[in-house]
Design a protein around this ligand. Structure first.
Ligand code: SF4
Ligand code: SF4
Length: 376
């Protein structure tokens, strides 16, 4: 089992080494990658997501988006992961993609598939030629459940159409991305089977989060009902993950299920027990956040932070990426000392890369965790 497989879309050993170096020497002159929520709005209505309530107008204008790309290039950003909301609903996205291309910045995207299913062959070919990586979000292999969770009748068919068209266009590194909560635990294995059936090599799993997708949006109250909140639910999750691992091995599909199990179980337990501590510091000896040293997150209004969960950060709507990146130094200094923010207790999306870096830095103190992740 390749440990790096557990951080699909994001990490290579080269990047991991550079991130650790930046952490050790406290030299973080630039982000190597950025997650960029180019819009907060979304054309889906997922029951656990606040994005649909955000206006499409509440996003930075085209002109600033293009100069941000220039600033990224000047700082040496190598890859951008487009997120949202739904990134493909931005009317000027192709202009932004063209600028990213001309500045030699690689692009990956996470999408709900609605717009992708109706892209022209030429547009899909452009994505493919640019070597874009694409992850499509789907939380159930059953049409009825998928449509209910995603809040759009017919979205399941659109997703299947998006998968087929993206595959035909030759888009590299196609993957599925599933949010797992109480209602769709039993979908882990069927989603892996769906991936095999549709020719998709990888499925990424993440737990439903009690936090809002954007810090300026209060989390939807309904989220609590998706959390696994007792020992029975958590035991059922572990059993479904084991079933998923067997299915994945049988069908030759890559997943991050070992990391998902390692993290999701203490994550849900921590919320079930209403603990206020940071579960990752308890799970990993010498836990460190390298995300803040090699990467960053820009939201639809220009907030710049180490990741989406944090309330603090700069804003590049008016100021330059360079100056605002530098202004994150005090936060990084705290992280180096193991002082995390209260919002970090919701850390999951970036937990995989942070855990790998922490294991690499402290292998002896984390032998049993390493063995678990290696499946031995
Ligand atoms: S989870 Fe993704 S697809 Fe669903 S509403 Fe939120 S941003 Fe849109
Ligand atoms: S939430 Fe996780 S990735 Fe984000 S700053 Fe905290 S530890 Fe780092």
């Amino acid at each position: 089992m390749d440990l790096l497989e557990e951080t699909h879309l994001k990490l290579s050993f080269g990047k991991l080494r550079r991130a650790l170096q930046a952490f050790e020497t406290y030299a973080s002159p630039r982000p190597v990658t950025l997650d960029w929520a180019v819009t907060g709005h979304c054309n889906a209505r997922c029951v656990f997501c606040e994005a649909p309530g955000i206006s499409a107008k509440a996003a930075l204008p085209t002109e600033r988006m293009l100069t941000i790309v220039d600033e990224m290039a000047e700082m040496g950003v190598e890859e951008v992961l487009l997120v949202g909301g739904e990134p493909f609903i931005r009317k000027d996205l192709w202009e932004i993609l063209a600028r990213l291309e001309s500045r030699k910045i690689r692009v990956s995207a996470i999408s709900n598939g609605i717009v992708i299913s109706s892209l022209s062959s030429n547009e899909l070919a452009l994505l493919s030629e640019r070597g874009s990586r694409l992850s499509l979000s789907i939380d159930s292999s059953q049409k009825a459940q998928c449509d209910i969770i995603r809040g759009v009748p017919g979205i399941y068919e659109k997703l299947l159409s998006a998968i087929g068209r993206a595959r035909e266009a030759g888009i590299r590194d196609l993957s599925l991305n599933a949010v797992i909560g109480k209602d769709n635990l039993k979908e882990i294995s069927p989603l892996i089977e769906l991936a095999a059936q549709e020719g998709i090599p990888f499925v990424h799993f993440q737990p439903v989060s009690p936090a809002g997708i954007f810090v300026n949006q209060p989390p939807l109250p309904i989220k609590a009902s998706f959390l696994l909140d007792d020992e029975g639910d958590i035991a059922a999750l572990v059993a479904e993950i084991q079933r998923g691992l067997i299915t994945a091995r049988r069908l030759g599909i890559g997943t991050d299920l070992r990391m998902f199990e390692t993290v999701a179980v203490p994550y849900f337990k921590s919320f079930a027990r209403k603990e206020s501590g940071f579960y990752l510091q308890e799970l990993v000896s010498g836990f460190r956040c390298i995300k803040a040293f090699w990467s960053g997150y820009v939201d639809y209004e220009g907030s710049l932070k180490p990741c989406a969960l944090l309330a603090h950060g700069g804003n590049i709507a008016q100021k330059s990426l360079q100056s605002e990146w530098k202004n994150l130094d005090p936060l990084r200094r705290n992280f180096r000392k193991g002082r995390f923010e209260p919002d970090c207790r919701y850390c999951f999306c970036n937990a995989g890369e942070n855990i790998l870096a922490s294991l690499l830095a402290h292998p002896w103190q984390n032998r049993s965790l390493i063995r678990k992740l290696m499946g031995s």
